[in-house]
Design a protein around this ligand. Structure first.
Ligand code: HPA
Length: 251
């Protein structure tokens, strides 16, 4: 059922709804890949059609390694989405990516394992070797950055997202290694979502919300990261998201 969706937004930890959406209707398409994380809420924002899906479920019950990334993306595509903006809550590793920063990364490194990471899995399905040199769609990234500038929302341009398995947070040694590898941000849900979107031919960009310094990366090296701390910082940083979305949809 093509609902003519202008933009699909996938919300991460601490972002379970888009309160600004109007005339919202829930949709739960059946896909051949099984159940999605929850209903896709389709509504309007300034007259444009927007779909929202909470990646971890609306009650945050689906851990990162159990998210059915294939079903989520296939469902958004079935509803008519062509452009996906992924909101990902992350930890910051390098100086420019402190808590409450919004960033639009341009690279990623995948450290996840054991996740179903391709649509080429089934017997008889096409074997896809997608180009993934630029894991995020450059044109959509550009539009997100321009929208942030137009809306006066601070957004860091670029950065490398390290996708870890979770659900535990990292050790300090793991973060030292990620930094050495060139990662600026660390999160648990960036992959395989980005590559699956590419396999489907969807435009896909990441809006990363820095919730905390990654283990050992901040000024207080032995700081303990609590979930409440993560949620508080996501709530504070999220105020920039609705104006950014409005500018993106208006462009
Ligand atoms: N590590 C991994 N994922 C995260 C973090 C982190 O420090 N903070 C929020 N999501």
């Amino acid at each position: 059922m093509d609902l003519g969706i202008d933009l699909a937004v996938i919300g991460g930890t601490g972002l379970y709804q888009l309160a600004e959406l109007e005339d919202v209707e829930p949709h739960q398409p059946v896909t051949r890949y099984g159940a999605l994380s929850g209903p896709v809420r389709v509504g309007t924002l300034d007259g444009r059609r927007v779909a929202f899906l909470a990646r971890h479920g609306e009650g945050h019950s689906v851990p990162p390694h159990r998210v059915n990334y294939r079903a989520n993306l296939a469902a958004l595509q079935a509803l008519g989405a062509r452009q996906v903006l992924a909101l990902n809550t992350v930890g910051g590793i390098t100086e420019r990516f402190g808590p409450r920063v919004l960033a639009c990364p341009d690279q990623l490194i995948d450290y996840t394992w054991g996740r179903v990471s391709t649509f080429s899995e089934e017997e008889g399905s096409d074997l896809l070797h997608i180009d993934f040199g630029d894991p995020y769609t450059p044109a959509l990234r550009r539009r997100v950055l321009d929208a942030a500038a137009a809306a006066g929302v601070m957004l860091v341009d670029g950065g490398c997202y390290g996708a870890t398995q979770g659900p535990r947070l990292e050790t300090r040694a793991e973060i030292v290694r990620l930094r050495r590898d060139g990662c600026d941000l660390v999160g648990m849900t960036g992959m395989p979502e980005a590559s699956l979107a590419r396999e489907l031919g969807l435009d896909y960009a990441c809006l990363a919300i820095v919730a905390n310094w990654a283990a050992g990366a901040g000024p207080q090296v032995d700081e303990v990261i609590t979930f409440q701390h993560v949620l508080d910082n996501v709530a504070a940083a999220s105020s920039g998201i609705p104006p950014l979305l409005r500018a993106l949809l208006a462009a």
